[in-house]
Design a protein around this ligand. Structure first.
Ligand SMILES: Cc1cc2nc3c(=O)[nH]c(=O)nc-3n(C[C@H](O)[C@H](O)[C@H](O)COP(=O)(O)OP(=O)(O)OC[C@H]3O[C@@H](n4cnc5c(N)ncnc54)[C@H](O)[C@@H]3O)c2cc1C
Length: 382
């Protein structure tokens, strides 16, 4: 499989370290953490000590000061082992919100803890009544003395069981629509009125702790308004979503490669009617199509990574990669599962987990219908 065009020797060396880390410290615990439905907090700290989760955080704020592409290398290595359970992408998104929008004081206070893994990050946008239509969030952050009082409910929040630091999307001015939205930082330790609700049972992403959250008169210091200016939340969200969507595209690519690799291994060994499955034309053509789709999509992703680096990545191009890549992933894992026959439906086979995990890629990070809408709007503008 050809490698990403933007990889340098430094990326390769970093990737080798991450691969070893996953092999030695993640894989042996995979089954247990699936049963526990979370990756323990201590593992985050270990990953922090290895320089994995703070890779793209500047040295001043406790990270390694590497370009964001090093985070992409980590996500590709995670995809190589067919994992989506450990919520490092969400954690990375939180770090990048702070790098882009937080004040110097906020960065110094929070980023070192997020880079070391002492803190696990989460972002809480979705509510029971509102997912795609973010402008309609009902959680409020009302000014009170030298701080805010937070009230509301969130759902489907990744990393919620472990989270020490949550970016909460709230209305500071409910009458102002999108311009009334702000991002509030909640430090969960000792936060009165903050509750973690149900640990949600999902069809996939077994090791990901996805939960409901509630806030009842939770006091937040004034300093925890990200960027210190009210009403900037929607703009801040829109600014970071292309990065989030690119990371989903990268993970879709990596998971598709993992599906192809594991299936090649299977069809070259399994025999029916005296022949290897690999010898049937149907198998050969389906796998050839998967390979072609992966290679073509990889070229597009390479282009977008270049655009990210030179600051020209647009929301609509990131949206295209998110919806097309996650749908490609869905097609490939479905075909690959079929080639495993009944074994593909058994959880002990990697393809089964890849199949269950793939479905959500079309839903979170903005549904694929919303992605199409973003692309369509850009066509209407042109
Ligand atoms: C495993 C998992 C992890 C998640 N992690 C997080 C997290 O960490 N933080 C967080 O904030 N959220 C998280 N989410 C929530 C996720 O982002 C939302 O589920 C998603 O944005 C869709 O919102 P919804 O579920 O309310 O669906 P809805 O918005 O109710 O949409 C339902 C359907 O209607 C379609 N639809 C809606 N509006 C339109 C429209 N204008 N045009 C056409 N079709 C439309 C949608 O595409 C979808 O098919 C997670 C979800 C899951 C499943």
């Amino acid at each position: 499989m050809s490698e990403a065009a933007w990889l340098t020797d430094d990326h390769r060396a970093f990737g080798a370290t991450v691969r070893r880390f996953f092999a030695e410290d993640y894989e042996p615990n995979r089954a247990r953490w699936s049963e526990e439905r979370r990756v323990p907090h201590a593992f985050w700290e270990k990953a922090g000590a290895f320089g994995i989760i703070g890779a793209s955080v500047p040295v001043t704020y406790g990270g390694s000061g590497l370009p964001r592409t090093f985070d992409l290398v980590t996500y590709m290595e995670q995809g190589r082992i067919g994992d989506t359970g450990w919520g490092i992408m969400v954690h990375g998104i939180v770090q990048h919100y702070l790098l882009a929008f937080a004040t110097e004081e906020q960065k110094r206070a929070w980023l070192p803890k997020l880079a070391s893994g002492e803190w696990v990050g989460a972002i809480a946008m979705t509510e029971p009544g509102t997912g795609s239509d973010l402008q309609s969030v009902r959680t409020t952050a009302v000014r009170d003395g030298n701080g805010y009082v937070l009230n509301g409910n969130k759902t489907f929040i990744s990393n919620a069981a472990n989270a020490d630091f949550i970016i909460v999307v709230a209305k500071t001015d409910p009458s102002a629509g999108a311009r009334g939205i702000s991002l509030m930082a909640l430090e969960t330790a000792g936060a009165d009125g903050f509750r973690r609700g149900r640990h949600l049972a999902k069809i996939g992403m077994d090791r990901q702790d996805t939960m409901e959250l509630s806030f009842q008169d939770v006091r937040i210091p004034r300093m925890n308004l990200i960027g210190e200016e009210e009403g900037r939340g929607f703009y801040q969200l829109m600014g970071q979503l292309p990065w989030e969507r690119l990371t989903i595209a990268v993970s879709a690519l990596a998971a598709s490669r993992c599906a192809l690799d594991t299936t090649l291994d299977y069809v070259k060994n399994r025999k029916t009617f005296g022949q290897r499955l690999m010898d049937y034309q149907n198998t050969r053509f389906k796998l050839a199509e998967a390979k072609a789709e992966i290679e073509i999509f990889a070229s597009f992703v390479d282009r977008l990574v270049g655009e990210l680096e030179d600051g020209t990545l647009t929301p609509e191009r990131a949206a295209m990669a998110k919806f097309w890549g996650s749908e490609m992933q869905g097609r490939i894992v479905d075909n690959c599962l079929q080639m495993h026959g009944g074994y593909g439906y058994m959880n002990e086979y990697r393809i089964a987990e890849l199949y269950r995990d793939a479905r959500v890629q079309r839903i979170y990070g903005g549904t694929n219908e919303i992605m199409r809408e973003l692309v369509a709007r850009s066509l209407d503008r042109d």
